[in-house]
Design a protein around this ligand. Structure first.
Ligand code: OSB
Ligand code: MG
Length: 369
């Protein structure tokens, strides 16, 4: 498959509510869309980096540079069989997983079109429908958080995750548990604590959380293994797992009991499948993490979550939980049971790209051919 042309489009889409994590308060989704032209077909990939290197060392500026100056010379006007060969060709690039994944994801879309099979079929997905959870940002007032939780519970979300940070943690969780004693509740610290806070996490055991997501530093599976041995609540790693090797080490060290897989963070769907398979072998359940993505990434996440070991509720909320407008037709919406139907050639569920919406959100458009 000859790659004839690659476009990098930068877009901005405002959030319906600001989304606050331990590292930043987002007001809009700043994203790159990679459009790959090959032999009359066009595949889209969404780069999940943010406007600044806050969640991980990459941002949309570095991704634009890596894609344009390092990846394109390897693929433009070259014959690339598909995602697997692409990953071998860019294995010389250290790190920069979000940039690699954006291109890798677009190559999967080309493969889908070329073979006339859904992504679910290509990767061996088994579920027709996947369960969704909601991730709620840090709120200035706990009363606002309680109202927000109430609203999403009414929409049927299967798991409620709340973001925490030092100073907005145990008292908030206590209050939430008091009001909602029976819900499936999780917390996500986005790496904002250290082992000095071990007493805090021991105290969290009281609240029967389904898991604690990424409490400690992203590069610290050692301290996570120390922490996991001292608390009952399962640790779920997010930022720490960027490759199959990371997952192997974390499992061997006992650093977590659950892993959240994001194809972006792991350099693409190809590597994510390997992580999924390893976790399955070790009885580590996985779920699909989110990056507040636009529709292109959101739809691909649904397909990835159809693999058999994706057994916990995913951060693939309805698009309208984040945005008034999105870039797929239809936009991603949840069923009455708060599930998402996995696009498949058999069930006829299919999403198209809304070119007009992309144009409306466009900040810049670079063409390489
Ligand atoms: O840690 O899971 C995270 C959003 C941005 C960056 C990191 C994370 C998140 C979320 C939102 O929790 C998940 C979603 O897309 O709904
Ligand atoms: Mg997380």
């Amino acid at each position: 498959m000859i790659i004839d042309r690659v476009d990098i489009i930068r877009v901005k889409n405002p959030f319906v509510h600001p989304f606050e994590t331990s590292f930043v308060r987002f007001v809009e989704r700043d994203a790159l869309i990679v459009k790959i032209y090959s032999e009359g077909l066009v595949g889209y990939g969404e780069c999940k980096a943010f406007f600044a290197p806050l969640y991980s060392p990459e941002d949309n500026g570095t991704c634009h540079h890596i894609i344009k100056n390092i990846i394109l010379p390897v693929i433009l006007h070259k014959d690339i069989e598909g995602p697997e060969e692409f990953m071998e060709k860019v294995s010389f690039i250290r790190g920069n997983n979000l940039a690699k994944a954006a291109v890798e994801n677009a190559l999967w879309e080309l493969k889908v079109q070329r073979e006339g099979k859904s992504l679910k079929t290509l990767i061996g997905g088994v579920y027709n429908e996947v369960k969704v959870g909601v991730s709620i940002g840090i709120q200035p007032k706990t009363s606002d958080l309680l109202k927000r939780i109430e609203k999403y519970l009414a929409e049927g979300y299967h798991r409620t995750k709340i973001k925490i940070k030092p100073s907005k943690d145990i008292e908030v969780v206590r209050e939430v548990r008091k009001h909602f004693p029976d819900i499936t509740l999780t917390i996500d610290a986005n790496s904002s604590y250290t082992l000095d806070d071990i007493e805090l996490f021991k105290a969290m055991d009281e609240f029967n959380l389904a898991y604690i997501e990424q409490p400690l530093a992203e590069n610290d599976i050692i301290d996570h293994s120390v922490l996991q041995k001292q608390i009952k609540t399962p640790i779920c790693l997010d930022e720490s797992i960027e490759s199959l090797e990371d997952a192997r080490r974390a499992i061997e060290m006992g650093s977590c009991k659950i892993i959240n897989i994001k194809s972006s963070r792991c350099g693409g769907i190809h590597e994510s499948i390997k992580i999924h398979d390893l976790c399955m072998k070790h009885n580590i359940p996985v779920w699909c993490g989110g990056m507040t993505e636009l529709g292109i990434g959101r739809v691909q996440n649904i397909s990835m979550a159809s693999l058999p070991n994706f057994t916990l509720a995913h951060d693939i909320a309805a698009s309208n939980r984040y945005f008034d407008e999105d870039i797929t037709i239809p936009t991603v919406n949840i069923t009455k049971n708060c599930t998402l139907i996995v696009p498949d050639e058999k069930n006829g569920v299919n999403y198209m790209i809304d070119e007009k919406a992309i144009e409306k959100m466009m900040v810049s458009h670079d063409v390489y051919k």
